[in-house]
Write a protein that binds this ligand. Structure first.
Ligand code: HSO
Ligand code: ZN
Length: 433
């Protein structure tokens, strides 16, 4: 049963704490296996990747067929019906326009003493994107990962996607093509992450790896971190809806189920100041769970991790929401703008009853790769910023060196780093000659 809490009950704080700390994911310990796979790929390159793909995906490849050829791509993409292509193109356009605005600006300025300071942004040269095979192979996620990379200016973008038994998803390939992906390899698992990080005879190494994956992929990403950059390790999806009197319970129920249907470990929570809405949403969820195609998954998520919390007013709702720091936050209230002002920790906010979270998953424009498991307290969703890095710039003049050099020399001496001090002193002496 989902939990029903009332914020004015004496035991509420304990119950809320339990909800916050509930462990939703049992990640199997696959680290030893993954370490072995990475070692093997580093030692034997293509041969290891090909063997592991035969073993896990039942697919026989050669170095020449690791990568989709342009002809294969074209044949598979031709199967995509027009309306799906048009929807993907609309999504891509909107995601591109949104992310273009994220591009950070270079800065430089001159101090009164003549020193020039600043910074410059440059893209990562090569990025790799993991796309899961099977059920969770989402074309929308291809757009959400690949477009920010291309907007940032990443020159070489490679996708790895497992194709168990050779089954490729045409929509994933089309999304990759629309996003401007340069190379696509039909490999997956820890072996694909290792190939991207360390390179093989046919796959050149990348500098940054993003994208979701199973426990093996997550463990491999953790292991190659440092050799390459990685994005966050995404947990199961979450939605928190804050609703007030007069909202449509059916809409809210469907929004909550939209995340519950992702995963048995997903979490959907409603916080409301209206007892009638609480009851109506709960009833609507149960009703939809009778017919929903993915009712087994959504039902398990709702039963094990769902919650409805009754609060005295919306200020309480905002305070609890900030403690949860949800991945997705829907403000289904009469004045969503006013309530949004009070939200400090959330991956993405959806304002008002006309903004179902599913819009953000596909076509809104913002990224759908968002911080889960309360990590919105300290991190943000995927963006152009994940594919650029900042180089700082400093240019001294004789006058500037005269002004600030002596302090550097003093600090160098206090750290017993003689050459540091002398490198400044040599110039200062020259100025005094
Ligand atoms: N809501 C998911 C992303 C997704 N939804 C992909 C549909 N397709 C995680 O934020
Ligand atoms: Zn979703």
């Amino acid at each position: 049963m989902p939990v029903f809490l009332n914020a004015t009950d004496p035991g509420f704080e304990t119950q809320f704490q339990a909800l916050l700390s509930a462990k939703r994911e049992d990640s199997p310990d696959v680290d030893d296996i993954v370490a072995g796979i990475i070692k093997d790929v580093r030692a034997r390159g293509d041969a290891a990747v090909i063997e592991l793909t035969a073993k896990f995906d039942r697919l026989e490849l050669t170095p020449e067929t690791l990568r989709f050829s342009p002809q294969e791509m074209a044949d598979l993409i031709a199967q995509v019906p027009d309306h799906e292509r048009a929807a993907l193109e609309l999504a891509a356009e909107r995601i591109r326009a949104y992310h273009a605005r994220q591009m950070p600006e270079d800065q430089s300025w001159v101090e009164p003493n003549g020193a020039t300071l600043g910074w410059r942004w440059t893209p990562v040269s090569a990025a790799g994107l993991y796309v899961p095979g099977g059920l969770a192979s989402y074309p929308s996620s291809v757009l959400m990962n690949a477009i920010p990379a291309k907007v940032a200016g990443v020159e070489r973008l490679a996708i790895v996607v497992p194709t168990p038994d050779g089954q490729a998803n045409p929509l994933v390939l089309l999304a990759a093509q629309i996003a401007g992906v340069d190379e696509i390899y039909r490999i997956g698992g820890a072996q694909a992450i290792a190939a991207l990080a360390y390179g093989t005879e046919t796959i050149a190494p990348v500098d940054k790896i993003t994208g979701p994956g199973n426990a093996f992929v997550a463990a491999a990403k953790r292991r190659v971190f440092g050799k390459v950059g990685i994005d966050m390790i995404a947990g199961p999806s979450e939605i928190l809806v804050i609703g007030d009197a007069g909202q449509n319970p059916d809409w809210i129920a469907l929004d909550m189920l939209s995340q519950a249907e992702h995963d048995e470990s997903a979490q959907s929570i409603l916080i409301t100041d209206d007892g009638d809405l609480a009851k109506a949403v709960s009833a609507a969820i149960e009703r939809h769970l009778e017919t929903l195609e993915r009712r087994a998954i959504a039902g398990a998520s709702w039963r094990d991790f769902g919650a409805i919390i009754l609060v005295p007013d919306l200020d309480h709702a905002a305070a609890l929401s900030n403690r949860i720091a949800p991945e997705h936050l829907e403000l289904c209230v009469n004045d969503p703008d006013a309530l949004a002002e009070k939200i400090t920790h959330a991956g993405a906010i959806f304002l008002g009853a006309w903004t179902p979270e599913a819009i953000g998953d596909y076509v809104g424009g913002p990224n759908h790769v968002l911080p889960t498991a309360r990590s919105a307290r300290f991190s943000s969703g995927l963006s152009v910023m994940d594919f650029v890095k900042r180089t700082t710039l400093a240019k001294m003049t004789p006058e500037a060196l005269r002004a600030i050099g002596p302090a550097a020399e003093t600090l160098a001496i206090s750290e017993s780093l003689e050459a540091h001090g002398l490198s400044v002193r040599a110039r200062l002496d020259h100025l005094n000659d």
